[in-house]
Design a binder for this molecule. Sequence first.
Ligand code: SIN
Length: 275
Amino acid sequence: MAYRRIEVDPLTPAIGAEIQGVDLSRPLDDQTYGEIHEAWMKHLVIFFRDQDLTLDQHKAFGRRFGALHIHPAAPGPEGHPEIFVVHTDKDSTFSEGNGWHSDVSCDAEPPMGSILRLHTLPATGGDTLFCNTYLVYDNLSASMKTHLEGLTAIHEGEQIFRGRYAEEGVDDSGKNYPRAEHPLIRTHPVTGRKCVYVNQAFTTGIKELRYTEARSVLDYLFEQVERPKYQCRFRWRKHSIAMWDNRCAQHYAMWDYRPHTRSGFRVTVKGDKPQ
Ligand code: SIN
């Protein structure tokens, strides 16, 4: 597709492109929406600069791509349950996304996309890394692909979410966090391409394998996700936006800026059951 409304500047051959020529605070016409969607599906994560959106504008942009997801554990700002707050400062005991993952893959229907805007940044550090998991699949041997295609991965929220938001007043005693079983290799509903769908944060086992067998398979796949040739690394500026496809990409928010502060808001778009 030739782009007429936007400019698309790829970051690496593997993944990522910066988009210019659009103001996301305004409603998108169908042509511009179509071009952004096309670039997103091609590059898996796309980046915009200088987008100082209100929470309502941010949500309206997200809704162009689908209904918004509400996080199973994290509270949103007053009146905005669809907003996921990303905030790390000198007193933080954890930092959101500081490990390879795909957002909330423990949901039965995990989010298809996430749109993050950062408004407060350290002078250096706090980059986000992204990995293309189509390429992880493509580079497996034929017999490994056949073996993995018959497997079901177990994804759990418990080990991540339990007690995590207690300081924000969330009492989760008696609450059950999501647990789901998804095909270890999934087919993307838009592109038809296959990708590896397991991640270090949420995937705890493989249904058909013994514990130690599953550990070896998962560790091997997690190592592939860590290979730089499948990745890009995004350097944020104030009011940058990153928009990633959780079905075929994973991300890692680098926490290397203590004692400085990094903050923003994420809108997450609902997805469907992995096939
Ligand atoms: C997240 O996992 O949504 C956080 C990503 C980031 O802060 O870069």
